[in-house]
Design a protein around this ligand. Structure first.
Ligand SMILES: Cc1ncc(COP(=O)(O)O)c(C=O)c1O
Length: 433
């Protein structure tokens, strides 16, 4: 009989794995999750965690959803993968047709990639090459301050975090930024954009519509975004909506762009696309953009692709997720989460530690007062995080911003527990400050 004690998954992990966004020296043992069901994660130590952030904002209908699993299984038995250049398959075509019924009505073509960052790269390439293909090259890109669009070089260039860009700053292309038009800064943003548009030939304006995710769940109104898009489109500037986080119901509508009058020219989406089961992303665009690439001239081709582009299993997962997303019951759940957030907001807003409570649909963000101001690296982040882990709730504060972005299957009871744990954490920090 083998008497040596088996090493835990977490311990083996610590010897061989390099985790994302993690300082491996100080991180401590990761939590090994052996299974998950609906909004609950089950660890190797027999603990249960409520997943209040949809596991990096991907899970829509809950973990290990049997319907999604069945559809993925069926697809795997029929067609696992096929090169997407020169070949196609039914799942991609059906998915394209169905997504177009949900996308803003000016969208007509879909380009597949495999994560949010690459969807952004493709959107930027579409915009830059569009102007070259029509013989009127434009150089400038405009982005919002505090934006986050991913970790590849193009996506980093249009992102706002100097800290993440750190060692790579010299390798990024130049971008003009305007203030995020949060309440009170709308005019500043409009004026900054106006100035740039007067002085430069702008190719593309990129933004996270209504909610900036990693930049601290900052929120702004559809009205001001409409104004910014309108100003751009008047000058022929292409507008790229990064719906990677906001897509698929998170903001209370199918896409955040559905709150707008002015339709973006390009949309990038991922995360919720497959309901949180498989990595896939899509960049969609208008027919006008597509026509600039449609040519017998080979140099006008969009030379971009990935091994798993249009993967049939990812497409089947996305189709299954759409089936569920098209059910009225899902939208009732989305509305109910929004209603519960609304009821909770005033309860926490008055706490002396709370600077602001913001909400858009199923996303609730609570910004805490700190002596250092708002920062991803705020000292209370680790304190909050440890508290949440101790209380078995998965919340991953963005610095001094605690947010909830739950899977739509979360129960009222689970959400109440999440609210309770947040209140307790804030009170503890307040008392120990
Ligand atoms: C708005 C937004 N854009 C792009 C990305 C990058 O997506 P991915 O992590 O899949 O590359 C993210 C990821 O959090 C995001 O929130």
């Amino acid at each position: 009989m083998n008497k040596t004690k088996e090493k835990s998954i977490a311990a083996i992990d610590q010897e061989i794995i390099w985790h994302p966004y993690t300082q491996m020296k100080t991180a401590g043992l990761p939590i090994a999750v052996k299974s998950a069901k609906d909004a609950v994660l089950f660890t190797e130590d027999g603990e249960e965690f409520i997943d209040a952030i949809s596991s990096w904002w991907v899970t829509l209908h809950g973990h290990s959803n049997p319907y999604l699993a069945q559809k993925i299984f069926e697809q795997l038995q029929t067609l696992d993968h096929v090169i997407f250049a020169g070949f196609t398959h039914p799942a991609a075509v059906t998915l394209g047709q169905r997504l177009l019924t949900h996308l803003p009505s000016n969208q007509s073509r879909l380009f597949f990639t495999d994560n949010g960052s690459t969807a952004i790269e493709v959107g930027l390439k579409m915009a830059i090459q569009y102007f070259q293909n029509i013989g009127k090259p434009r150089g400038k890109i405009v982005a919002l301050e505090d934006a986050y669009h991913g970790d590849t070089f193009g996506a980093m260039s249009v992102g706002g975090s100097q800290f993440f860009q750190g060692p790579f700053g010299d390798y990024l292309f130049s971008v003009s930024t305007i203030p995020t038009p949060v309440k009170g800064r709308e005019e500043e943003a409009v004026n900054a954009l106006k100035k740039i548009l007067e002085e430069e030939e702008v190719a593309v304006f990129i933004f996270e519509p209504l909610v900036q995710g990693a930049g601290g769940m900052q929120m702004y109104s559809p009205e001001v975004l409409d104004q910014l898009i309108g100003m751009c489109q008047e000058k022929g500037v292409l507008c790229l909506a990064d719906e990677v986080m906001t897509g698929f119901g998170r903001t209370g509508k199918f896409f955040a762009s559905d709150y707008l009058e002015n339709q973006p020219d390009i949309l990038a989406f991922s995360k919720g696309l497959t309901g949180g089961t498989l990595p896939m992303a899509i960049t969609s665009c208008t027919d006008e953009i597509f026509q600039a690439f449609y040519s017998t001239d080979k140099t006008k081709t969009l030379y971009h692709g990935h091994s798993y582009t249009g993967n049939p299993v990812g497409c089947a997962a996305a189709l299954a997720s759409l089936d569920l997303l098209e059910e009225t019951e899902t939208w009732d759940k989305i509305a109910n989460i929004a209603r519960l957030h609304e009821a909770f907001s005033p309860k926490i807003a008055d706490h002396p530690m709370v600077k602001e409570v913001r909400q858009r649909g199923t996303i609730l963000a609570i910004e805490l007062q700190t002596s250092e101001g708002s920062s991803y690296f705020s000292g209370i982040r680790d304190q909050l995080n440890s508290f949440f882990i101790k209380e078995n709730v998965l919340l991953r504060p963005l610095g001094n911003i605690v947010y909830i972005l739950p899977p739509y299957c979360i129960t009222e009871e689970q959400l109440d527990r999440v609210y309770e744990v947040i209140e307790l954490a804030i009170q503890e920090i307040y008392e120990t400050a």
